[in-house]
Design a protein around this ligand. Structure first.
Ligand code: ACK
Length: 961
């Protein structure tokens, strides 16, 4: 009892969301209610079970005939309530325990009267309306009195909608022995709350079924990210929080408020992240900092993020080494000892030309080149070329980083001084071919750009290109031209030239290619003819192959379309079909759709059909009920869908496509096609007649009138029909209770097939941002987002149908807008369990609504689960009660576990202890599947109780299935 009480205190939201309008126990003095006649109800002082003084009323005129004693409360102002609750605590004497009574009742009546003002002591009983007769669950006897046992009854009744300013309650006794211990009158409200940093005010629900939409306002120091919204239910519970507020910069979420960052912490972005500690070498002494300032001598570059430590310029590079090569030098150094706390260190090299003696330097002239460059070096090396020979240079290398420009300018650099050597000449760059013959070539070239001294001679090196420098010839020339003789005709040669001075050879020129003249250059006319013939034959062969390929592929396609069996798509709606399993054929794959109709639907004579009355309206015309009498067959009741006059060819095609689809199915839970009338007008589709019409309307009409087993039986039928469709490779796309038909035996059948009209026709279908039309509330998120319709998305819709059935045709997500539904589902919220819904069924719904479609159950598994539930009805007794679920009724799947069965194994374990245990004893899980399936098939598809199933009793309504 203690545990129960504790759980109730923590979990029940309604405990904190009721407002008392009257509480008789709270009154210290006389209540002063009116008693009529005055010797009827009597006000008495007493104590409650905790010995707290209370005022009670009692009456016990059981020794007299014809009692009619009224007790009227004082006037109770209604406040803003529309629906009020009356909680009565009372004791009642067992009539059998009173000896020699003349008149004794064990009930009394509760009445009310609405008025706009207090009528004082004026009391007329005929003005009152009866709320209910109140009976005791427990009555006490003389013996209980002796034992001092108080058998207190508690009853609660709802009254509403209330419209006037206030009301009276009245208690009518007609001869009972009753004591009214307490009367509490209250209404429910959604209490002030803060959710997602938005404040929602106290809200009184309306009396009607619809929810009250309430906009939240952001708490101090926060801003709207997405408009915050919640819905207040009639039960005073907040539902579906959507949208949120985010703490401003400098503020973080603490509890349900946005509070300033403490000194030493900062927050630079709005959002619900915590304030961060100031990064190294930075600080803040104020609260609510959006960034931290840098310590002395530390800086932050403009592009540095505020989360980065403050840094300082690097120290100088170290250990500079030079390697001189004639008039070039390679400088190398090591990284600075302190990079200043940054990685973006670069180096700049300054070149100075110096003279001996007192140090005189000036910046190097423009001719000096740095490889790769002089500034912004990221590596610790640079090559300096084109220096003057026999000259002194000083190179200063300084290190910089991203904050060097912010720091006071104290240059940190390392220097090195060098003297260059004599330089060799630079390379020959311009070579010109003067003359070529079969065996020789004459060349000339220009002197190198920088000879660096007197050119003694040129070295000319050449070789046959194909010999790859394995053998070459070298010639020396004093001048800038040469003729190479003794070459092979029609041959390619490569050649390089370099100059020589007293300092040695200069760099080689790049490789220069030339070709000697051939012996002759003509193709004989005989050869050219052979070439011509070869080319034309090749072209002819290619052309012939192409033509043959086109002809053969056309022929194959044509012959395929000639054989009906071959017309089936190898993949039905994206599913790999197994050979031997009948697959659904998309009528669109027929060039002529009327051919599809006649292949799958029987043509009926209009004279065989008698129309009785119109039962509804479809997209294409009226839906009628009637009779079909085929020669030598019994007359049967049928539904007739007609195509209205003035239809277009496309409408006729779409209308008949439903028959082409339906005609392919043959299953007890799929609406059966009797035939079509296409040869006379009106064009008709004739199906079996379903006496109870659409499931949604049927359930609404019979609210709370079925046993859970009956509902599960209906759901099992729908799942079985859907399993058949998914096995056929057909994706329904519009599975909803409105598209399920119910016959007189409560057998449910899937209906509403079609192609384009599947969604065009459905009034629930709405246009999505991608332009398609989709019944949002029933459709899986991936199908809404990117039109990924699969049997798994049908399973999602099945979960919604499951919810519709268990809530007797309630509209999924009530009056929420489609956009809000998409957003809420995307944020992980799911519909709450319908009232009195078995926990196992709610768990099944949640499984069908798994975000990842691969985690949803297959229809085959759903059928098997439902079969097991039917075989073991006691497992349906545990309800997913609203008292034990979180305040947020649209549940986040990840944070919720409402059932006691986590796995089918758990479930079967419990099944073994329940009434069906004999059937399960010694059975492994897998064979139990088979067992359940077999017996459920016997019991359900044949619609009779199974003799082998002891727990199926007619009282459970199974016979009506
Ligand atoms: O809910 P209802 O009475 O059942 O209203 C709709 C209406 O036609 C438009 O679809 C009813 N209806 C459709 N097909 C059948 C059928 N095979 N048997 C009985 N009623 C049908 C449906």
């Amino acid at each position: 009892c203690y545990i129960w009480l504790t759980a109730y205190l923590f979990l029940s939201p309604s405990l904190f969301s009721t407002v008392n309008l009257l509480d008789s126990k709270a009154s210290q003095g006389e209540l002063g209610w009116i008693s009529s006649p005055s010797h009827g109800w009597e006000e008495i002082s007493g104590v409650d079970e905790h010995y707290t003084p209370i005022r009670t009323f009692q009456v016990c005129n059981v020794m007299e005939y014809s009692q009619n004693n009224w007790l009227r409360t004082n006037w109770i102002p209604r406040n803003s309530a529309q629906k009020i609750y009356v909680e009565l605590k009372f004791t009642l004497r067992d009539c059998n325990s009173i000896p020699m009574v003349l008149t004794c009742k064990e009930t009394f009546n509760l009445h009310y009267l609405e008025t706009d003002e207090d009528q004082g002591s004026k009391f007329r009983e005929h003005q009152f309306s009866k709320i209910d007769t109140i009976a005791a669950d427990e009555s006490f006897t003389q013996m209980d009195l002796g034992d001092r046992i108080l058998k207190l009854n508690t009853e609660v009744r709802e009254v509403g909608p209330m419209t006037k300013t206030g009301f009276y309650l009245a208690f009518q006794d007609v001869g009972a022995c009753v004591a009214l211990v307490s009367v509490r009158v209250y209404f429910k409200k959604c209490p002030f709350t803060v959710r997602n940093l938005a404040m929602f005010p106290d809200t009184v629900p309306t009396d009607s079924q619809s929810l009250v939409e309430v906009r939240g306002s952001c708490v101090n120091n926060s801003r709207e990210e997405d408009p915050p919204k919640m819905y207040c239910s009639t039960e005073g519970e907040w539902l579906v929080p959507i949208g949120k507020c985010l703490c401003n910069i400098g503020y973080e979420e603490r509890g349900v408020a946005c509070q300033a960052c403490r000194p030493g912490f900062y927050k630079a972005s709005s959002g619900n992240v915590k304030c961060s500690k100031c990064p190294p070498h930075s600080y803040t002494h104020q609260e609510g900092a959006v960034h931290c300032g840098c310590e002395k001598n530390y800086f932050r570059a403009e592009e540095d993020p505020v989360s980065m430590a403050c840094s300082r310029p690097p120290s100088a590079p170290r250990n500079v080494i030079s390697a001189i090569n004639e008039t070039s030098v390679i400088l190398d150094w090591t990284w600075p000892a302190d990079s200043g706390g940054r990685k973006d260190v670069t180096f700049n090299v300054v070149c100075k030309r110096c003279w001996p003696g007192p140090r005189q330097c000036e910046p190097c002239q423009g001719a000096v080149r740095f490889l790769p460059r002089a500034t912004g070096l990221t590596n610790t090396t640079v090559t300096v070329v084109d220096l003057l020979a026999h000259t002194n240079y000083t190179f200063e290398i300084d290190a910089q980083n991203g904050v060097s420009s912010l720091a006071p300018t104290v240059r940190q650099y390392a220097a090195v001084t060098i003297t260059t050597n004599q330089a060799a000449p630079s390379a020959v760059t311009v070579i010109k071919k003067d003359r070529t013959s079969r065996n020789s070539i004459s060349l000339s070239w220009m002197e190198p750009e920088r000879p660096n001294g007197i050119i003694l001679d040129y070295e000319v090196k050449y070789y046959e290109k194909q010999e790859q420098e394995t053998s070459y010839t070298i010639l020396r020339s004093k001048g800038t031209n040469v003729t190479l003789n003794g070459l092979k005709p029609d041959t390619n040669y490569l050649l390089q030239i370099r100059a020589r001075t007293a300092a040695g050879y200069g760099g080689s020129s790049r490789k220069f290619e030339f070709e000697t003249s051939p012996d002759s250059f003509s193709i004989s006319s005989e050869n050219s003819q052979v070439v011509l013939i070869a080319v034309s034959s090749a072209v002819a062969i290619i052309l012939l192959t192409v033509v043959l390929y086109i002809v053969i592929s056309r022929f194959c396609r044509y012959s395929k379309s000639k054989h009906p069996d071959e017309k089936r798509l190898p993949f039905g709606n994206g599913h790999l079909r197994l050979p031997g399993i009948k697959t659904y054929v998309d009528p669109h794959t027929y060039e002529d759709p009327s051919q599809a109709v006649h292949e799958f639907a029987k043509e009926l004579e209009a004279s065989c059909i008698a129309i009785d009355k119109v039962v509804g309206a479809g997209e294409f015309g009226e839906v009628c009920s009637g009779r079909l009498k085929l020669p030598s067959k019994k007359e049967i009741c049928v539904a007739i869908k007609t195509l209205k006059a003035g239809y277009t060819e496309k409408q006729r095609r779409d209308f008949l496509s439903e028959a082409s689809i339906m005609g392919q199915f043959d299953h007890p839970n799929i609406i059966r096609l009797e035939g079509v009338v296409t040869r006379s007008k009106p064009v008709m589709i004739v199906t079996e007649y379903m006496e109870n019409g659409s499931l949604d309307g049927f359930l609404r009409k019979h609210d709370a009138q079925f046993t859970v087993i009956q509902l599960v039986g209906m759901l099992r039928g729908i799942a079985s029909g859907m399993k058949y469709l998914s096995d056929m490779g057909y994706v329904h796309r519009d599975l909803a209770a409105r598209n399920i038909l119910v016959n007189s035996n409560l057998v449910c059948k899937v209906s509403d097939f079609g192609l384009s009209r599947v969604l065009e026709d459905d009034p629930e279908a709405a246009y999505t941002t991608r332009g398609g039309k989709i019944p949002i509330r029933w459709t899986a998120p991936e199908a809404i987002a990117y039109r990924k319709f699969t049997s798994a998305s049908d399973v999602w819709s099945y979960g919604i149908v499951l919810w519709e059935v268990m809530s007797y045709g309630e509209r999924p997500y009530w009056e929420m807008s489609n956009q809000d539904v998409i957003k809420a589902v995307d944020e992980g919220y799911r519909l709450p369990p319908p009232m009195e819904c078995p926990a196992t069924l709610y768990q099944l719904m949640l499984d069908c609504w798994q975000k990842d479609r691969n985690n949803r159950p297959k229809f085959e598994q759903i059928v098997s689960i439902l079969d097991k539930l039917i075989r073991n009805p006691s497992s349906l007794k545990i309800t997913a009660s609203t008292a034990s679920r979180p305040v947020n009724l649209l549940l986040d799947r990840t944070s919720t576990d409402i059932t006691s069965f986590h796995t089918m194994g758990d479930w079967l374990e419990s099944a073994r202890t329940l009434p069906c245990k004999d059937a399960f004893r010694g059975v492994s899980y897998s064979s139990c599947d088979t067992l359940a399936k077999t017996s459920a098939e016997i019991c359900l598809t044949e619609i009779r109780p199974a003799a082998t199933c002891p727990e199926w009793e007619p009282s459970m309504g199974i016979t009506t299935l």
